[in-house]
Design a protein around this ligand. Structure first.
Ligand SMILES: [Zn+2]
Ligand SMILES: [Zn+2]
Length: 147
């Protein structure tokens, strides 16, 4: 598994490559390195989803491409009321992704500081951070359980 850069984008071989992409992304943006990760898996076992995000409100909703079940990721349900969700599309035109979320913590605590929503397109392999925002959830394990 590895990321390959082609033009302005990175391409990954597997879902595990999303983690490295989120670390790279944080290094050139926030400076808060994500250290804990969770891969999104539907109750039905599916790992490919459409993804809708509002990074101003801090909300992300995924919908399973197999069973169509929608799920508000992490603590997103608390922010959906005012959210204006936009569906993500890969630059290749596809609109379904493998999803991995990373969190950066405050030093020596379990408290979340920043959240990163990473996605890989299974069709073309393009792997990117689709959104990130400040998130102050108090126990990262509980947040990541709900990805
Ligand atoms: Zn499903
Ligand atoms: Zn693609």
């Amino acid at each position: 598994m590895a990321l390959t850069k082609k033009g302005q984008f990175n391409y990954g071989d597997t879902q595990a490559d999303i983690q490295a992409e989120l670390v790279d992304y944080s290094a050139t943006t926030t400076g808060y390195e994500p250290t804990h990760f969770a891969e999104a898996v539907c109750r039905c076992g599916e790992r490919v989803f459409t993804l809708s995000i509002d990074d101003t409100e801090g909300a992300a909703v995924r919908q399973c491409r197999s069973c169509q079940r929608s799920h508000a990721m992490g603590d997103s349900a608390e922010y959906l009321e005012d959210a204006n969700l936009k569906e993500c599309e890969c630059p290749c035109g596809a609109g379904a992704f493998e999803l991995t979320v990373g969190v950066a913590l405050y030093r020596n605590t379990d408290d979340v500081r920043w959240i990163y929503i990473g996605a890989r397109c299974p069709k073309c392999g393009l792997t990117a951070c689709y959104a990130d925002w400040k998130n102050e959830f108090s126990d990262y394990r509980k947040l990541l359980e709900k990805i």
